[in-house]
Unconditional design. Structure first.
Length: 325
């Protein structure tokens, strides 16, 4: 049984899910994401992309929305111990029936199809009662903590706006209120005008190492036009986004001559709580290697204080990536 516990120190929710200790961990000789036979989630190989609820979900929508979560994101308060059922949804997105490979190695058409699947799930989960934020992401590599190597990603549908997203949305809203413009549109325009850290700019999307990158070789892939979510993309933009994502992921693997472990995040507007005029669709990629044999750790300064230390000049990181694009 999972539950949400309110952390009064930081005024944020923590998911407590002890049953996840039993989830499949580096199985030998079989894979629950490979189709057919054995203890598998996918009895057939007759699919291109599959989506299903995580067997070891930390959030479920089995029952009604707990009263503590109804209404505002700050429904809990004070210093009292407050908890409720861990309401929400956790989905697995399997990119291919093939066990070997990666998102970057998929054909362009399959990456484009995946973006359509992301949009479909974002739309469907947005309509679930009590869901306030849909987070689409991928963790790749044992260094990130991945226990199943089969190419796949995940989707979490939260009954609250998570802390980082809440802060980001507030900053976007303040900038929009003050200037009448989208903060990300301004940042993307500045990056493309400079060109110093730009990897790709085809008129529809721009891929670049951000000026104040938190992670070594961090890359953002953003729409040039202002779009709040995946639902706003036209066909040409979807194709450009897929092509840029594939190119950057392939460059990551070529950078050090080995598969790059990374975290991928699709950033878009919250599914509840207003228009979010300042929200801007983009994909953020955080690779875990800073050299071929050194990991980038989120250690003390980053974890406790939120102050990131980047070991590589973003301009140099962009130059390194351009060489292998």
């Amino acid at each position: 049984m999972s539950e949400l516990r309110w952390d009064a120190r930081l005024r944020e929710w923590v998911i407590v899910a002890p049953h996840r200790q039993e989830r499949t961990y580096h199985p030998v000789g079989w894979c629950p994401l490979c189709p057919g036979g054995g203890d598998t989630e996918l009895p057939t190989s007759d699919f291109e992309i599959a989506v299903f609820e995580n067997r070891f979900a930390s959030m479920r929508t089995d029952g009604p929305v707990p009263p503590l979560l109804a209404g505002s994101d700050a429904a809990a308060g004070g210093t009292a111990r407050q908890a409720c059922a861990s309401y929400g949804r956790c989905e697995v997105v399997v990119y291919t029936p093939e066990h070997e490979g990666s998102l970057g190695a998929l054909p362009l058409e399959r990456v484009e199809s995946l973006i359509r699947v992301w949009a479909h799930r974002y739309d469907a989960l947005s309509g679930v009662d009590g869901i306030r934020y849909v987070f689409i992401f991928e963790n790749r590599g044992e260094e990130i903590g991945v226990t199943l190597p089969h190419p796949h990603g995940q989707i979490y549908a939260y009954p609250f706006v998570p802390p980082y997203a809440q802060r980001e949305l507030a900053i976007e809203a303040e900038h929009f209120s003050r200037t009448g413009r989208c903060l990300h549109c301004d940042l993307i325009e500045a990056e493309c005008a400079s060109g110093e850290r730009v990897l790709i700019d085809d008129g529809n999307v721009a891929a670049y190492v951000p000026y104040a990158a938190h992670w070594t070789y961090e890359v953002h892939i953003a729409l040039r036009r202002h779009h709040a979510s995946l639902l706003d993309l036209n066909t040409a933009e979807r194709r450009s986004l897929a092509a840029a994502l594939k190119s950057v992921l392939q460059a990551y693997d070529r950078l050090f001559g080995r598969p790059m472990p990374y975290m991928l995040s699709v950033r878009q507007k919250a599914t509840a709580g207003g228009a979010h005029e300042g929200a801007h669709l983009r994909i953020e990629l955080l690779p875990a290697l800073r050299t071929s044999d050194k990991l980038k750790f989120r250690a003390g300064s980053e974890t406790f204080m939120g102050v990131y230390i980047n070991d590589v000049l973003p301009e140099d990181a962009a130059a390194d990536l351009r060489k292998v694009l």
